[in-house]
Design a protein around this ligand. Sequence first.
Ligand code: 1HN
Length: 377
Amino acid sequence: MSDDARDVPSPTSATASPAEAGGQPEPRPALEQLYRGFTDEQLVPLWTEIGNLMPMQPTPVTQPHMWRWQHLLPLAERAGDLVPVGRGGERRAIALANPGLGGAPYATPTLWAAIQYLNPRESAPEHRHSQNAFRFVVEGEGVWTVVDGDPVAMRRGDFLLTPGWHFHGHHNVSDAPMAWLDGLDIPFVHYTGSAFFEFGPEQVSDTSTPARSRAERLWAHPGLRPVSRSQRETSSPIAAYRWEYTDAALADQLVLEDEGHPGVVEPGHAAVRFSNPTTGGDVMPTLRAEFHRLRRDTVTASSREVGSSVWQVFDGRGTVRIGDREWSAERGDIFVVPSWASLVLAADDGLDLFRFCDTPIFERLHAHRVQVEGAHR
Ligand code: 1HN
């Protein structure tokens, strides 16, 4: 994280905001009349709003928040009893609504996160949309997501992509229900007026259940790409990043640390980023995804950055401090880190976490900043 840091004003250098520094006219009837004229004509004067519009540093309305898996799962199961899945509703997905965002089904101003649930033998119809999407599986198996006709198995620990405008549907071939985490850039696409949607077949287009998708067979060999496909792709062509590889990469980082070789983010903290093999960059244009592993008793440096993140505990137990809030967290729990809120993670026994965020947007706009406490600048 520290390598992309840029100079930022320290919090102590922040004085009064422009509005607090004065510059407001004396109230009098003529002024009130002027302001009524503004309201009637759909106008807002800058001088009354500048404090909100130009804060000294980000003041997001998004709140730090923790959703408990032990509460999410029974509600998803109940939805599985009561709510059919099919054409129209499309998905039995229940969105995490940030308490700072006025009831909108958005985890952050850019990110959608939901728990999705499929009963045994159920399927969700095919469609495509401009929003980029992924699945992360914290428990269970038995569902195949079919992406542009390519069936992709979903199992615990796997990270699966559905980049924008690719047809996709899901079907559960097993006798057990399955729940997973969906992440999409829905709020970003909504606020920017860039949403498109198209229905596909109501039944998934390929009901076979291969262990590996065609996309993996072509693309998911470490450090190798097919010579026949030399172009750069906007999104990663790897449909599924399998847990065995993520787990091995994290385990190796910690063993290398024991052997005195660099590679971890900070002592006791291993992390990997899911990448697009055709560019080396992020998996999708708006979404970054990572996996973090903390050794027992590791406490991370406090850090904050522009842009928001959603984290899910994959395994273990620990403490999460976001700004001045603190929670204990265990398997399945999901939490939101708003822009520029400080984050400290502490592992009890060891802690594995999946994370996704909107950083690619801010990097592309040259608006990304990171501040890591105690880091040398
Ligand atoms: C969608 O297509 C999925 O494919 C999940 O599983 C959540 C939320 C809004 C719109 C489309 C999926 C979605 C979604």
